[in-house]
Structure formats: structure tokens, C-alpha cells
Design a binder for this molecule. Structure first.
Ligand code: AMP
Length: 423
């Protein structure tokens, strides 16, 4: 059988031309998150299956339908991570980070895997950027994580999005609300989709964010969790909204937003961008509070809050950004000399290219080399013709206005450095 050059369904290659956008986003994310005190954590891309079953929740679509689970040669059941929080919580406990003074603030990024039906904005291998803040209970830290996400989007140049907020209650008020939902919906079960029927017993809250319009029709008059919060959850919720607004963010209250993971308590939020480039996938990121997860993994009671953004989706919103230009391209009648000068410039910190023809002798004629420089959108071309080589000089040509300047080769890097700063 011939080897297929197609990547597996639902995955894609990140090619030159695209990877620059990824690098820009990653470096901006790193600066932005570290400025707010979040430190990077890198956890394995696969974990024991049990971690996700318990951590994400057996009733979720992720665990029940979408996991890439396999047995290794020692018959351990392992799963490619479908999300980042469960691994972070495991590592947090394993490394004893719960003994550090709170809050412990982490960020991560990397590929995630879900066996979903691929479509625009939805892949089987996708990439998330996320933060987790452990050890602080009040709404202040919820607001910090929301503001950090909001300002990150703005820094990327993404302007058109909503911050949707909801509260899902906690163990004091959620059981009663869950029962209320069952009571109200039992008689309507035959009008609901198969997924909702299934969720009715296992996780009725998830019924509310079903995307099927006929189900939504049935949920129209159903009271929201916000109307049934206990006093503590109500106080947290009111303060959260007040503080988010005080930071200049106008949240959209969405009582139907439940989110796909079981571990949330109280605060849940989603960043939604209504942009046609995302197809039907308008959620670009989301998160919430998960005060019980660390305890469920065998650790001490530790409140926590976090979010994850889909990097692939964020980049779809940035696809208009123009390709970056190349600072310098060396053109010469002597290929070895061209490589030597390019090396000098690179050592001086200037990104530089030169001509390497696929076939034939080096160097190619000047116009072929200039064509390459143009193709790569060089800001400056450094010309080393016979004349320049004989005198130990170089001509710097500004490709935008065509102006030229002759300098000695020894001062080339510093003059070019100054010219580039002026751009
Ligand atoms: P979740 O972990 O489901 O809360 O998802 C958080 C974010 O990850 C979403 O808002 C999306 O931006 C992104 N995401 C989730 N699933 C996928 C997928 N299958 N393909 C691409 N992005 C995804």
C-alpha cells in the first residue's frame, strides 16, 4: 500500500507561513500570562484513563464519546488528554504544590485530542492555551482570570466577542435545583432529543445547553440556576458581576450556559465570538470555578478557577494579519562570500536569507537572486557585486523606496541594525 501524505482525519499540519502566527500568539501569551503571575507547567499528552473519567466526569460527552483511549504493551489503559485541567490538578498534587502558599497560578499550552466530527473550527487534534489558579476562594480571583483572558484577546487584536457569565451553584444548592429540573422536565421527556433523555438521569443541568432547537423550546420557561442559588453562591455571584464591571467589562448573563465538563461549581464563563470564519463554533474559550476537583483527586480542599482557549480558533480570527517581512537578503556574485556575510548578520541578531537554487551552479545571476529577495519580502537587500567585494564594501538597498547606501563590510551589521530600527 502506498503511504498517504494526508494527515489523519481531524488533524492538520501547521506549515511555514502559518507557524509564524502561532509563534506570535505563543510569545504574546507567555508575556501576557507571566506578567499576571502565572507560571508555565507542561504535563504529559497522555494520562491514565481513570484521571479523565473521574476528573472530567463520566456523564460528559468528552468521556462518554470522544476520548482516544488505548492499552499500552503492559495493558495499562491510557488516554490522549482531551483537556488540560485534570492533568494540571494531578501534577499540582503529585509535586506537592498544594503545600505552597496560595494562590498557585499556572499556565499551559499544547495539543488536546477529542474524537469529534471534524468541521470548520472543530478538529480531533486541536490546541489549547489555559490557566489555572489554585487556593483562593472569593470572586476576586475569578475576576482576575476573566480579565486576563479578556485583555489577552484585546492584545491579540480580537475585539468582537462577548464574555458570557453564569453561576451553576454548589453542593449546597445544586442538588435541589437538579431535582427541580427533573420535576419540571419529566413530563416533557418524549419531546426531547436522545442526548437530553440520557442527560435527564445522569446530569440534567447539561440539558439546558443542548443545541437542538426543539429541546430549547421545551426549556424556555425552566427557571435558571441563578434563581435558585443558596445565600453563599448568591453573594459570590453578585460580587463577581460587580467586580467584572468595575474592570470595564460588560458581561452577558447567560443562564443557559452550563459548559461541557462536570467539574464546575459556581462561576462558569465563556468567550463567544460571532464571526463567520468560525463556522458554527462560536465559543473561543471558556472556564470556571472547580472547588471540588482537587479534593476528588485525593488532595486537601482547594478552591480553584481556570480557563482554556482554543488556539486554532483564535488564529482563525487573526488570519487577516499580513505575513511578516524578512529584514535582510544577501545578493552576491560570490556565493561563499554571501553565506559568510549572512552568517555575520545573523550573529549580529539580524534575520537574513540568501539564495540557494534547487539545481545548478551557485551563484545564480543577480536578477534571479533579486527575484528571490522580492518573493521573501525582504526589507533590505545587501548587494556584494565584484566592485563591492574588491573594496571590502557592501551596498544596502532599501526595497521600499529603492534608495541605496554603500558601507564598509565591517560596519554593515551596525548600519543595517539602525536602518531596521527606523522601519
Ligand atoms: P472546552 O475544553 O470544551 O471548554 O473548550 C475550550 C475551548 O477549546 C473551546 O472554546 C474551543 O475554542 C476549543 N476547542 C474545544 N474543542 C475543540 C475542537 N474539537 N477543535 C477545536 N477547538 C476546540
Amino acid at each position: 500500500m502506498e503511504i498517504s501524505t494526508q494527515p489523519p482525519r481531524g488533524t492538520s499540519d501547521i506549515l511555514p507561513g502559518q507557524s509564524e502566527h502561532w509563534q506570535r500568539l505563543e510569545s504574546l501569551a507567555k508575556d501576557h500570562l507571566q506578567r499576571a503571575g502565572y507560571k508555565e507547567i507542561r504535563t504529559p499528552t497522555f494520562e491514565h484513563t481513570e484521571l479523565f473519567k473521574r476528573g472530567v466526569g463520566e456523564t460528559t460527552d468528552i468521556v462518554s464519546k470522544e476520548m482516544y483511549t488505548f492499552s499500552d504493551k503492559s495493558d495499562r489503559s491510557l488516554t490522549l488528554r482531551p483537556e488540560g485541567t485534570a492533568g494540571c490538578v494531578r501534577a499540582f498534587l503529585n509535586a506537592g504544590l498544594h503545600r505552597q502558599s496560595p494562590p498557585v497560578k499556572l499556565w499551559y499550552q499544547g495539543p488536546m485530542y477529542r474524537y469529534e466530527r471534524p468541521q470548520t473550527g472543530r478538529q480531533r487534534q486541536f490546541h489549547q492555551l489555559g490557566i489555572e489558579a489554585f487556593g483562593s476562594q472569593g470572586p476576586l480571583i475569578d475576576v482576575e482570570v476573566i480579565v486576563v483572558a479578556h485583555d489577552f484577546l484585546k492584545a491579540l487584536g480580537i475585539e468582537d466577542f462577548e464574555v458570557q457569565l453564569n453561576s451553576l451553584g454548589d453542593q449546597a444548592c445544586r442538588p435541589a435545583y437538579r431535582e427541580l429540573l427533573r420535576e419540571k422536565l419529566r413530563s416533557r421527556l418524549d419531546k426531547l432529543c436522545a442526548d437530553c433523555k440520557d442527560r435527564f438521569e445522569r446530569n440534567p443541568l447539561r440539558m439546558l445547553d443542548c443545541k437542538v432547537p426543539t429541546c430549547q423550546e421545551q426549556y424556555k420557561d425552566i427557571p435558571s440556576a441563578i434563581e435558585h442559588l443558596c445565600d453563599d453562591c448568591q453573594t459570590h455571584w453578585q460580587k463577581l458581576i460587580e467586580l467584572v464591571e468595575a474592570q470595564g467589562i460588560k458581561p452577558v448573563i447567560n443562564p443557559r450556559m452550563v459548559r461541557g465538563l462536570d467539574y464546575y461549581t459556581r462561576t462558569a464563563f465563556e468567550f463567544v465570538a460571532k464571526d463567520k470564519r468560525l463556522g458554527t463554533q462560536s465559543s473561543i474559550g471558556g472556564g470556571g470555578r472547580y472547588d471540588k476537583l482537587v479534593e476528588m483527586f485525593g488532595g486537601p480542599a482547594t478552591p480553584a478557577v481556570g480557563w482554556a482557549f482554543g488556539v486554532d480558533r483564535l488564529l482563525m480570527l487573526l488570519s487577516d494579519t499580513t505575513a511578516s517581512t524578512l529584514p535582510a537578503f544577501v545578493v552576491s556574485s560570490n556565493a561563499e562570500k554571501a553565506l559568510g556575510i549572512a552568517t555575520d548578520l545573523r550573529r549580529a541578531g539580524i534575520t537574513t536569507e540568501l539564495d540557494f537554487p534547487g539545481q545548478g551552479q551557485l551563484p545564480r545571476n543577480f536578477s534571479k537572486q533579486m527575484q528571490q529577495a522580492n518573493k521573501q519580502q525582504a526589507a533590505f537587500v545587501v548587494i556584494l557585486g565584484d566592485d563591492e567585494l574588491a573594496k571590502g564594501e557592501a551596498t544596502i538597498k532599501d526595497m521600499k523606496d529603492g534608495s541605496q547606501k554603500v558601507v564598509s563590510q565591517s560596519e554593515l551589521a551596525s548600519v543595517l541594525g539602525i536602518e531596521l530600527q527606523r522601519k
